[in-house]
Design a protein around this ligand. Structure first.
Ligand code: ADP
Ligand code: ZN
Length: 210
């Protein structure tokens, strides 16, 4: 048999079960990061859903640039959905957080401006649990700001991996399949696929020179 077993994504959230609304005075930052199709949105939705079930006050945000699935939900590639608010900047996000919100979820962190780490820090300093999901690398394999800065200040980090569609190994890269040198090219199926270190080819997306 030649089937490679990809290690299961670690589902450790040391803080997940330790949250008691009302009894908390300190906040913290959790970051969920990895390639496209690695399950970041699923994991974000899972954590937020649990908090909602526990009747914690939750607010969920996504950046205005991500309009793929309509305006009022975060939707994973496996069709998990949760209601969200769309904001145009991290400053607007900060202004939208209500005074009694205990848990703040943020998807597509890589599409926010450079102020996001400061905003997230402020929210955690105010005693809130902040969970940010986002791509750690762009289509060239370069760190995707402001995610590296968020990783540096987070208390908890979960790295998610997809499965390489070429060879089946754990996939840490987002392979762009169409020629474009724009860092942001929104879409999923047909535009991108998950690939491992060996099968990833950043030059595949190069615009053909005539
Ligand atoms: P992300 O937010 O990291 O882009 P999602 O949470 O939206 O990921 O979607 C994860 C889901 O994507 C998986 O549960 C699976 O159904 C689907 N999927 C599609 N392609 C792959 C792949 N190559 N490896 C793993 N999951 C994949
Ligand atoms: Zn591979």
């Amino acid at each position: 048999m030649n089937i490679k077993a990809a290690p299961e994504v670690q589902r450790q959230t040391p803080v997940d079960d330790a949250i008691r609304p009302g009894s908390r005075t300190h906040g913290w930052i959790e970051v969920i990061t990895g390639s496209m199709f690695s399950g970041k949105s699923e994991e974000l939705i899972r954590r937020l859903r649990r908090a909602q079930i526990a009747r914690q006050k939750v607010q969920i945000f996504k950046p205005v640039i991500d309009n793929r699935y309509g305006d009022s939900h975060i939707t994973s590639h496996s069709a998990m959905r949760i209601e969200s608010e769309t904001v145009a900047s991290s400053r607007e996000l900060l202004e939208h957080v209500r005074h009694d919100t205990e848990v703040v979820g943020i998807d597509e962190g890589q599409f926010f401006d450079a102020e996001l780490p400061a905003v997230v820090n402020t929210l955690a300093d105010q005693g809130r649990r902040v969970i940010v999901a986002g791509l750690d690398q762009d289509y060239l394999g370069k760190p995707f700001e402001p995610m590296p800065q968020l990783l540096a200040i987070a208390e908890y980090i979960t790295k998610t991996l997809a499965i390489c569609v070429v060879c089946g190994d754990p996939a840490n890269h987002t392979q762009r399949l169409v020629a474009s040198s724009d860092r942001v090219l929104v879409g999923a199926t047909g535009l991108y696929e998950a690939r491992c270190r060996h099968c990833f080819d950043p030059h595949l997306a190069e615009v053909a020179k005539t």
